[in-house]
Design a binder for this molecule. Structure first.
Ligand code: GLA
Length: 393
């Protein structure tokens, strides 16, 4: 049995006594490039990582869910049949939402005792919530008698997990995080088309590793800024669609058309859409640069992405800018940018493998010197997607 499943089984026994029946495990994600493009049906290039959430559960027949967070040492209890989206989403919504989404899809869990151990830093832009949702959807499906991936494949687990976040937690996120968490492949990144949800797995060159550096600034996608960016884009898109009815989403827009409409839309909407159009181009170009092992081209694309996110989409902050500016001056750095929604959280750095240890040390020291705050800088490995395992002999 995998180590994570043994740990989850032990955690269950410590919490509830007796044996768990199922365990599931899902990764956080790091996004290489393609930021704030998923909800415009554009392209993203994330990887599931080895910072992960593990869960274990035992079904019960009385329709009651008892879910314990080992991180918070808190427990929530609810009746599956009575689950309704709460007015305000706190941690309970993130662990109950998956069972609501499953029930809405006709896959009602008969009730269960469950432990959740989140190994992805909360609010760090590495998709702690998606990893929890994905792991719990897979666990719930197994407890409702559906095999993963035979009856319910990884993209369907991702779809249900996103439904939990959109419909139960009321966060208007795109498809990237749950797809990366559910469909990841060890040693690979996923080039995902967020219109069709088709994806291609692209091997990470052995010469490079991914490093994440934490700004220490916490963000929540549930906060108003994330939704505001969508509204500002929607204002611009209304004008675009009136001029070009065939342009359904920002993903279909070109810079030429956008520039032609520049004076007719709010300046802020123009800049937001300029980010989306150029970021889609950078994302596709980065996929080629990664495959060619062309570090100079990849570095330029990552720099362009960060700049566009900072200036046009305005989702960076001083701490993220410091991390990126410091990183690119360190030997072995191929490129750096903020990753995830922004407003804090982590940066992603592509670093020559041979220089990775030194890079982490030097970047942590530079950040401490410039901000007075210590930070965590670590290598993350592109990892497998969701897995479920039976704990019954
Ligand atoms: C968050 C959301 C994703 C995506 C990113 C920005 O992680 O959950 O859907 O929009 O922000 O790229």
């Amino acid at each position: 049995m995998a180590t994570w499943a043994e740990r989850a089984a032990r955690e269950f026994t410590d919490a509830f006594g007796g044996d768990a029946a199922w365990a599931a495990d899902a990764g956080g994600r790091v996004n290489l490039i393609g930021e704030h493009t998923d909800y415009h049906e554009g392209f993203v290039f994330p990887a599931a990582i080895d910072l992960r959430t593990r869960v274990a559960g035992r079904p019960r027949a009385d329709g009651v869910l008892r879910i314990r967070s080992l991180n918070l040492s808190e427990e929530v209890e609810a009746v599956v049949a009575d689950l309704v989206p709460p007015p305000v989403a706190d941690w309970r919504a993130y662990v109950l939402g998956p069972f609501w989404a499953l029930r809405e899809a006709g896959i009602a869990v008969p009730g269960a005792d469950i432990v959740v151990h989140g190994g992805v830093p909360f609010g760090g832009g590495l998709s702690s919530s998606a990893s929890i949702e994905v792991a719990l959807v897979a666990l719930g499906a197994a407890m409702a008698g559906r095999s993963v991936p035979e009856d319910i494949d990884a993209p369907e687990v991702a779809r249900l997990a996103r439904r939990a976040e959109n419909g139960f937690c009321k966060v208007p996120c795109g498809a990237m995080d749950q797809m990366a968490s559910a469909c990841g492949k060890a040693g690979h990144a996923l080039l995902l088309d967020c219109r069709t949800l088709a994806f291609e797995t692209v091997p990470m060159p052995d010469a490079w590793v991914l490093v994440v550096a934490d700004s220490g600034v916490r963000h929540a996608v549930a906060g108003p800024e994330y939704a505001n960016r969508q509204k500002e884009c929607a204002q611009g898109m209304a004008i675009v669609r009136a001029a070009f009815p065939e342009v359904a989403m920002a993903r279909d827009l070109t810079m030429e058309r956008l520039d032609g409409l520049k004076g007719r839309m709010p300046e802020v909407s123009y800049r937001r859409l300029r980010h989306v159009v150029t970021e889609d181009e950078r994302c596709l170009a980065a996929r080629e640069a990664l495959s060619r092992g062309d570090g100079a081209a990849l570095g330029r694309l990552l720099a362009g992405s960060h700049e566009s996110l900072a200036r046009d989409y305005e989702v960076s902050c001083a701490e993220l800018d410091i991390l990126v500016a410091s990183a690119v001056g360190i030997r072995g750095c191929v490129g750096a940018r903020l990753t995830g929604a922004g407003f804090g959280g982590n940066t992603v750095n592509v670093v020559e493998a041979a220089e990775a240890d030194r890079f982490c040390e030097v970047l942590a020291r530079a950040y401490l010197d410039r901000t007075g705050h210590p930070t965590t800088v670590r290598v993350v490995r592109p990892s497998a997607g969701v897995s479920v395992t039976s704990l019954r002999p």
